[in-house]
Design a protein around this ligand. Structure first.
Ligand code: E4P
Length: 217
């Protein structure tokens, strides 16, 4: 499973990239707002750090304007994936931009039928939003599973990018289902390493080691 970082925080992305944990990055207008940075500048900086796909989202609503914004964003670096919303206009823009050779991440996907359309329009990635479905008491993970089945049934190459991941459990479940990629905030990625039994075990080992009176160095 590829790990994308869902953030426009350059310092956090760099820290995870240094550990080899970053296969790509996703941003959105809310994350750009949170960063307090200019979209072009911060996206360029992220592309300098990360070799894999870096999603940058358009904000236009009509296909022609989305295509123009998408071309501008794609011009930032060769590893940009243009992020387009899953609307009819977004699908039109997806068809054109993917036809031009740009990577496209179709975002705000909440149904298997939407994912089917994105694949047919040539999306590189489909982003089903798990957490936001859970927020309204629907089953985000069931959506990942349905899309996996449909894409496998017909051999679609569009990668399933499990998005809106809020917990370590989301990561585990998406990996078990076979999502190709997951994107999560830096804090969720860090939490993947945590387990209370690891902490307790380490505590015991260190206390016993102290009693041996030995040193390794
Ligand atoms: C994905 O590309 C989105 O940026 C993100 O995962 C949305 O997550 P949220 O629902 O926690 O805002």
């Amino acid at each position: 499973m590829k790990f994308f970082v869902d953030s426009a925080d350059v310092a956090a992305i760099r820290e995870l990239a240094d550990l080899g944990m970053v296969d790509g990055v996703t941003t959105n207008p809310s994350l750009i707002l949170k960063s307090g940075r200019d979209i072009i500048e911060v996206t360029r900086e992220i592309c300098d750090i990360v070799d894999g796909p870096v999603s940058a989202e358009v904000v236009a609503l009509e296909a022609e304007a989305m295509i123009a914004e998408g071309r501008r964003l794609a011009g930032i670096a060769p590893n940009i994936a243009v992020k387009l919303p899953l609307t009819w206009q977004g699908l039109k823009a997806c068809r054109v931009l993917s036809g031009e050779g740009s990577m496209v991440n179709v975002t705000l996907c909440f149904s298997a039928n939407q994912a089917l359309l994105a694949a047919k329009a040539g999306a590189t990635f489909i982003s089903p939003f798990i957490g936001r479905l859970d927020d309204i008491h629907l089953d985000g993970m069931e959506l990942i599973s349905e899309i996996r089945t449909i894409y496998d049934n017909y051999g679609f190459g569009t990668e399933i990018l499990a998005a809106s991941i809020r917990s370590v459990n989301h990561v585990r479940q998406a990996a078990l289902i076979g999502a190709d990629v997951m994107t999560a905030p830096p804090e969720v990625i860090r939490k993947l390493a945590a387990h209370p039994l690891t902490d307790a075990g380490l505590d015991t080992f260190l206390r016993d080691w102290e009693k041996t009176g030995q040193k390794i160095l």
